[in-house]
Design a protein. Structure first.
Ligand SMILES: CSC[C@H]1O[C@H](OP(=O)(O)O)[C@H](O)[C@@H]1O
Length: 367
């Protein structure tokens, strides 16, 4: 995606030294566009844990480069396995992280140690290129859903889409998942408007989705997380499109905390609830999302404090609860397949069920 007319991906290798991995510090957005230069697997792990880099497909791609950086320091079998395990353990819910590390290990184990660094950077680059292509395809398939809504509305009526968290290009290598169809609809001239859930506690919607959509000229309105149901009740929402961190073989969807509540409100109001994902987000090993997907529990400090920019332009973190109050901070929830209208993948749209997914991704064709 372009920033001030300059095309960017969310992760890239420094063209000068061909080793350093570059990302945007997402904890500084939207107030500062800062590029982080990562030169070790420890720095990559720290960036993932602190959410300087986040988003299921992107943390997988960056972790893949993290393994390449680790091998630059030590390409032995022992170091490779140790560093791979360390990177895979940085966040538990997004399956893309485990998938990317497993793919890297499958590629690297048979390779001589002296050839592993070059192979690792090459494979990580392939993971990135594939993510971009998958997300562009998700955009094209999701665009059909938006066109269908347009055709059902009056000539000049705008199409209102609600999204939760950030599943835009900054959450992936490029294009995004839930936002890809929205970018494409906007670019072909459809009058789309996006209700952007702020998405407490880390405010990925208010800070990142709003920044992305505004930078691209897409009409949007930031709302508190609890407003979505009210807007749906009053006919202000045509469709909900969200991203995901893990989809089970039978279509249960793990996504940012609060997604389940949006699905319930959408169902109660008879509205379509769609989930956009590349196939790297499908965990074929698990059936029941509620019992088998690990839900990341993050620091209570993310709930008891909020970070923003002061009038003087400085980023500041302030407490919003009494010192004596504790806080719970589950970072994801699971929406059962029965509440999901359908899945938008790089191979097309399907209903959120085992047969639906298997029709698009027969076992012999899975990544
Ligand atoms: C395109 S994946 C986006 C997905 O990742 C987010 O989680 P986090 O910001 O904690 O990395 C959120 O669940 C989004 O839907």
């Amino acid at each position: 995606m372009k920033i001030n007319g300059v095309p960017y991906r969310s992760v890239w290798v420094d063209q000068t030294d061909q080793r350093t991995v570059c990302i945007f510090d997402q904890t500084r957005l939207p107030f500062a566009l800062e590029i982080l230069r990562l030169s070790s697997s420890e720095q990559v792990a720290h960036a993932i844990v602190t959410m300087q880099v986040r988003g299921a497909p992107l943390i997988g791609a960056v972790a893949a480069y993290g393994l390449a950086l680790a091998l630059s320091a030590d390409a032995s079998d022992e170091a490779m396995e140790r560093e791979a395990s360390m990177l895979a353990a940085t966040r538990p819910t997004a399956i893309n992280l485990r998938w990317a590390i497993d793919r890297m290990l499958q590629k690297l184990r048979p390779v001589r140690p002296e050839d592993r660094v070059a192979t690792a950077y090459s494979e990580a680059g392939l993971i990135c290129d594939e993510d971009v292509a998958q997300n562009e395809a998700i955009g094209r398939h999701g665009l059909e859903l938006i066109r269908a809504i347009k055709n059902r509305k009056q000539e000049r009526e705008r199409i209102n889409i609600l999204t939760h968290c950030n599943a835009g290009w900054i959450a992936t290598v490029d294009w995004g998942t839930a936002l890809a169809p929205i970018y494409m609809a906007h670019d072909e001239g459809l009058d789309v408007h996006v209700w952007v859930d702020e998405t407490r506690p880390r405010n990925q919607g208010a800070a990142l989705t709003a920044w992305e959509l505004g930078s691209h000229g897409v009409s949007h309105t930031v709302i508190v997380d609890n407003a979505g149901g009210h807007l749906m009740q009053h006919g202000q929402v045509d469709i909900v499109i969200v991203g995901t961190d893990r989809v089970t073989a039978n279509g249960d969807v793990a996504n940012k905390i609060g997604t389940y509540l949006k699905a319930l409100a959408a169902r109660d109001n008879g509205l379509p609830f769609w989930v956009a994902l590349p196939s790297t987000t499908i965990d074929w090993r698990v059936q029941n999302g509620l019992t088998e997907i690990p839900i990341e529990e993050r620091s209570p400090l993310e709930v008891t404090t909020v970070t923003g920019r002061t009038a003087a332009g400085h980023l500041e973190t302030v407490r919003i609860t009494p010192d004596h109050s504790t806080a719970a901070n589950p970072a994801f929830d699971v929406t059962p397949a029965r509440l999901v209208t359908g899945l938008i993948t790089e191979r097309g749209c399907c209903d959120a069920s085992g047969p639906g997914l298997q029709s698009l991704f027969p076992a012999t064709t899975r990544l």
